[in-house]
Design a protein around this ligand. Structure first.
Ligand SMILES: Nc1ncnc2c1ncn2[C@@H]1O[C@H](COP(=O)(O)OP(=O)(O)OP(=O)(O)O)[C@@H](O)[C@H]1O
Length: 224
């Protein structure tokens, strides 16, 4: 598998040289098999503060597995992940609770991360508005549209100011404007010094990210 770094020239103007920044995520030699099928075969990923990495590859290439391993939700067969600072994770399938309202989610998740309830609610609504979502008070999560439920998922991952954000195809169901807003948020988080990893099938942002980890099987062969 190939790990390509594109950072140096692109970051130079706005964010300074990445080599001088702290490494917030370091995954080294990750190996993962399901049964006899080896999905990840010695994958490395290093993301520094103020960098965005994209994980790309065909369906079933192992992108979500890699992200779950980075999040500590799945154990690798071999290899090691080190995260510095607080972690936010947005799963591919919305991990929200249908019987709670979005604002109850903000309070629940925010307080779980050490925020005050009011602060969590305010910050949740602020993050939502940056995704063009004005949060209605009474609607249960189960009654939100698919795209809005996914926005809730993104907001929850970003609550509590994580240093490392892992986002698994986070914009599914977003309309065009929200999709653009989403990437604006990502660039803003990068400017704040967060390390961000986005699993994506959308290739038009790849020239703006700092690293591309391509897990496609063909790349795996090419990388050997
Ligand atoms: N718990 C599991 N048990 C068995 N096989 C699994 C398990 N989780 C994932 N797989 C398989 O491992 C492979 C990689 O899955 P993964 O979800 O990481 O791929 P992906 O690149 O994220 O795919 P997609 O682009 O479709 O979301 C797939 O073939 C999948 O079926």
């Amino acid at each position: 598998m190939r790990y390509s770094a594109r950072a140096e020239q692109q970051l130079g103007g706005t964010s300074g040289p990445p080599s001088g920044r702290d490494v917030l995520l370091h995954a080294h030699g990750i190996v993962k098999s399901y049964g006899r099928r080896r999905v990840l075969d010695g994958v490395d990923l290093v993301v520094r503060a103020g960098e965005v990495a994209a994980i790309v590859g065909s369906n079933g290439a192992g992108k979500s597995s890699m992200l779950k391993i980075c999040a500590g939700l799945l154990a690798p067969d071999k290899g090691r992940v080190t995260i510095s600072g607080r972690l936010g994770y947005c799963p591919q399938n919305a991990g929200v609770m249908g019987f709670l309202t979005p604002r109850e989610h903000f309070t629940l998740f925010g307080t779980g991360r050490g925020m005050g309830g009011r602060d969590a609610d305010r910050r949740g609504r602020e993050l939502a508005s940056k995704l063009d979502w004005s949060v209605a008070r009474g609607t249960l999560a189960k009654d939100l549209s698919g795209g809005t439920r996914q926005k809730l998922n993104v907001v929850l991952s970003a609550l509590g100011e994580p240093d490392v954000l892992l986002l698994d195809e986070p914009y599914q169901g977003f309309d065009r404007g929200s999709y653009v807003d989403f990437w604006q948020n990502v660039w803003g988080w990068r400017d704040q010094g967060k390390a961000i990893v986005v699993v994506t099938h959308m290739l038009n942002q790849l020239d703006q990210v700092d690293h591309v980890l391509d897990l496609s099987p063909r790349k795996q062969e090419a990388g050997r």
